[in-house]
Write a protein that binds this ligand. Structure first.
Ligand code: 6R9
Length: 653
């Protein structure tokens, strides 16, 4: 181990830096330029994509609470689908755009060229048009990880429709609320979603969801597994059959840079999920530039992001970023442990993956199953590793570095959010000294500031701790919440005036490297999935036997955070193990399997202030098994409830 590695610092190798798009010197000059004159910087880098009408205005943004408005390249026009497909046809028609690896390794993988991508996307766009979907209409996608998910996103973009992908692990209720919130005209789903050898009944779930939605909504079904499903005449459409009969080319629509590209629902600290809106021009510039630079993507590389297209990571780094760059992107239908814990590495070997991008929770779970699973495979094609979704603990970083990266591949720990469209803080592999657990430095154009959480004072010293805010706009930033600009301003610009508030706490060390310390609001991060504790609470209290519920996160070895629920039952209801199971199953069906509480504690009472506010700080401490430092409990209406909660706590680890 080198001295620097012993000190926890991993500089880029000179070999890597020599061939990288960006080395340390270039990072310094480009970053300085990007914040000194953002409009000039992005005027130049906006040219990386094709415009139908060139922009003359580059940046027009205000973070002033009450007047928040964000526009980039506003008078330019383009089509995102054309940028991801058509513009590559001259040079890359026969290059593989998408490698699809099915859940079942015995089934053949598929290699979809850019020419095929154009044809399939066009066919799907023509089917959508035939069913009345046009510019500005919303289409909800509830799909497995199959090429049709990519075609559907790009088909919507092609005709100017706005897609909203709902993760296939969400329940019918969650699906219905998203369909209704964006008033979708159509839903695209599949019969079943195979994952890890099991099948989720997507069509049946969609049937249930549509029960609570307008009866005008069309349901386009991909017959993927071919298993039997119910069929509603005049509503359900056999998508693959209609695609086969449709015209193989569909012209693309000219869109304004600020026309919405997609809505993606994400969890916030309060109430129902928020419909994050991303627009066309700025988002694509940012997704493609971060994809190329952060992962140091070069022609001929095979890029694999293991996320699901139901999350923003799948949008930016399976679909839009890579395809805008003419890359080969790998799409995997399965899970890391099926048919065994070597699957990720088997896929890397089989498809000669160059860049591999996954979540710390996946690394931790594989780490627990032993390095033998990694050692069995030839991983010599790998050039770079990445992580996203939550802070990575040094043990997991070291394991990833040693066993997957063989100690020689750079690791990029990318901090960003659904709201940010692309990477915000990340090492650049040829430029930045990596430190296990740190997302290190800002990407071009990103101006992070650390504020004191309570006084909002700027922490000007290099070494500082506080909440992470961003001082000015960047092209990939979300523009609004669907149908609720008020809530958008309230959620992101009201706490620290003049800044975008990420919701994360952070530390900046003496080298100016950023370390994310986790959410400071009521959002928790379970296996890299974002969840509002309020959502889980409202699902629990919707059960007839539950009077009250409070949900907090607690440290979980593999998931990062687990879900800890305090439940007060209705008078006269017995707390039993079978009721506990019933409540777990209830949350699964209300929200989806990812929201199932890990621990449920029966709480005869919850700690509340005299004004009736639940003191979550105390509940968090008890859930963390840190009940020795509960702090001031004197403002509680009934301090004795705390003793009972401590005595009966579920996490004694
Ligand atoms: C892309 C994505 C966003 C929240 C974010 C933060 C956490 C993401 C991280 C990270 C530490 C990283 N987060 N990446 N924390 N280090 N590299 O994950 O989007 O699902 O919206 O979650 O995830 O807390 O605020 P999203």
């Amino acid at each position: 181990m080198s001295d620097q590695a012993a000190a926890g610092i991993y500089p880029p190798s000179s070999d890597f830096a020599a061939n990288a798009h960006v080395n340390a010197e270039l990072y310094a000059t480009m970053y300085a330029a990007s914040v000194a004159d953002p409009a000039a910087f992005w005027a130049e880098h906006g040219k990386r994509i094709d415009w139908i009408r060139d922009y003359t205005k580059v940046k027009n943004s205000s973070f002033d609470y009450g007047n928040v408005s964000i526009k980039w390249f506003e008078d330019g026009t383009l089509n995102v689908s054309a940028n991801c497909i058509d513009r590559h046809m001259v040079q890359r028609a026969n290059q593989t755009a998408i490698i699809w690896e099915p859940d079942d390794p015995a089934k053949p993988a598929r290699h979809i060229t850019y020419a095929e991508l154009l044809e399939q996307t066009s066919r799907m766009a023509n089917v959508l048009k035939a069913h009345g979907v046009g510019k500005g209409d919303r289409v909800v996608l509830y799909l497995p990880m199959i090429p049709e998910a990519a075609y559907a996103m790009l088909a919507c973009a092609r005709i100017g429709a706005i897609h909203s992908v709902v993760f296939a692990g969400f329940s019918p209720d969650s699906l219905a609320s998203r369909i209704n919130d964006c008033q979708a005209k159509a839903v695209i789903t599949a019969d079943f979603a195979p994952r890890g050898g099991k099948k989720t009944a997507l069509k049946a779930n969609t049937d249930k969801a549509l029960f609570d939605c307008s009866d005008k909504i069309k349901c386009l079904v991909v017959k993927h597994t071919g298993d039997q499903t119910s069929w509603v005449q005049d509503r359900d459409i056999d998508l693959l059959a209609e695609m086969a009969a449709a015209k193989p080319y569909c012209p693309y629509v000219e869109m304004g840079a600020e026309d919405p590209l997609f809505i993606l629902y994400t969890s916030g600290s309060t109430g129902r999920p928020k419909g994050v809106v991303h627009t066309s021009g700025g988002y694509l510039v940012y997704a493609s530039m971060t994809h190329q630079i952060t992962f140091d993507y070069h022609d001929g590389d095979v890029f694999w992001c293991t996320a699901d297209v139901g999350w923003v990571t799948g949008h930016s780094y399976i679909i839009y970023g890579p395809l805008a760059n003419g890359a080969t992107t790998l799409m995997f239908e399965g899970v890391p442990t099926y048919p065994d814990a070597g699957r990720f590495w088997a896929v890397c070997e089989k498809h000669k993956v160059s860049q591999f991008y996954t979540a710390p929770t996946a690394i931790r779970s594989l780490m627990g199953l032993g390095a033998d699973w990694v050692e069995r495979y030839d991983l010599s094609s790998l050039k770079l590793l990445g992580t996203v979704g939550e802070p990575i603990n040094p043990e997991a970083w070291n394991w990833y570095n040693t066993h997957v990266g063989k100690g020689t591949r750079p690791i990029v720990d990318t901090f960003w959010q659904t709201e940010t469209g692309g990477h915000m803080l990340t090492p650049l592999p040829g430029a930045t000294d990596a430190k296990p657990g740190s997302a290190t430095k800002p990407f071009f154009g990103v101006q992070p500031v650390v504020l004191d959480a309570s006084t909002a004072a700027i922490q000007a010293e290099t070494a500082a701790e506080g909440v992470l805010c961003i001082a000015d706009s960047w092209p990939g930033q979300m523009r609004t919440l669907w149908g609720d600009h008020e809530r958008f301003q309230e959620a992101y610009f009201s706490q620290y005036k003049g800044y975008y508030f990420t919701g994360d706490g952070c530390r900046r060390d003496a080298d100016g490297d950023y370390w994310i310390t986790g959410r400071v609001d009521d959002v928790i991060n379970v296996s890299g999935h974002r969840m509002g504790t309020a959502e889980v609470e409202s699902a629990l209290v919707a059960h007839e036997k539950v009077a009250e519920a409070a949900v907090v996160g607690y440290p979980h070895e593999i998931k990062g955070q687990g879900i800890y629920a305090y439940v007060t039952l209705m008078n006269g209801i017995e707390p039993t193990d079978s009721l506990r199971k019933e409540l777990e199953a209830w949350v699964r069906t209300e929200i989806g399997p990812i929201a199932k509480p890990d621990l449920i504690q029966w709480a005869p009472g919850l700690p509340k202030t005299r004004s009736g506010k639940i003191m979550r700080r105390i509940l968090r401490k008890i859930a963390e098994n840190d009940h020795g430092s509960l702090g001031d409990t004197s403002t509680l209406a009934d301090p004795s409830v705390v003793d009972d909660l401590v005595a009966n706590r579920m996490n004694r680890g």
